[in-house]
Design a protein around this ligand. Structure first.
Ligand code: GDP
Length: 198
């Protein structure tokens, strides 16, 4: 079964208290501009399922999509926008932290990082939040097409090395991904499929 094919928009919420009651869900998170919307659209083979929106004020929405297996995929707000005031940024980080730490249905997290700028401070903060749950994280090094084959191999090895301390406390995996080249789709499906089968 192609897990992401025919994913359907389900609902948008703005507050954690409004989260829908799902059987199980996976979430996508990443810095603004990391390529999260593009990755979701690519995985779902859908041009505009997740909006590629560059309006920071509109990104507090938490979007739910229903997958082919009846479970859910959650598109979390991007973090790290340069233009927003510190107070707003702090609010987002708190919202994300609360969700990642307390959401019982969340069985795994897909963290998207630009392959050219991996493991920024806020990415590490997300890993720290989620570590408390002991659930697995899968990292997509996005926009891999912007790196040469050699650079891709080096980056992957380097990120794996940097993740070693994190891997001691929870399952962390990492792969290269490119929406432009449709690179790495099968790998994401296999990992996430295992989580749901889990
Ligand atoms: P988001 O803010 O994390 O949702 O990021 P977007 O998906 O909106 O992507 C941010 C920018 O990166 C856009 O200009 C995209 O066209 C570009 N982008 C996203 N994925 C890729 C990719 O795989 N390759 C390349 N070259 N550009 C990409």
């Amino acid at each position: 079964m192609n897990l992401f094919q025919n994913a359907k928009f389900f609902t948008t919420v703005n507050h954690l208290k409004d989260l829908p009651d799902t059987p199980a869900e996976i979430a996508f998170v990443g810095r603004s501009n990391a390529g999260k919307s593009s990755a979701i659209n690519t995985l779902c083979n859908h041009v505009r399922l997740a909006y590629v929106s560059k309006t920071p004020g509109r990104t507090q929405h938490i979007n739910f999509f229903e997958l082919a297996n009846g479970h859910f995929m959650v598109d979390l707000p991007g973090y790290g926008y340069a233009q927003v005031p510190e107070a707003v940024r702090a609010h987002w980080v708190k919202l994300l932290g609360d969700y990642l730490q307390t959401r019982k249905q969340l069985i795994g997290l897909v963290l998207i990082m630009d392959a050219r700028h991996p493991l920024k401070a806020l990415d590490i903060q997300m890993l720290d939040f989620f570590a408390l749950t002991q659930r697995p994280v899968h990292i997509l090094l996005s926009k891999a097409d912007k790196l040469s084959k050699n650079e891709q191999i080096k980056t992957l090895a380097e990120v794996k090395k940097q993740l070693k301390p994190f891997a001691e406390r929870q399952a962390v995996s990492v792969q290269l991904f490119s929406s432009l080249k449709k690179q790495g789709i099968d790998e994401v499906e296999a990992v996430v499929g295992d989580w749901f089968a889990g």
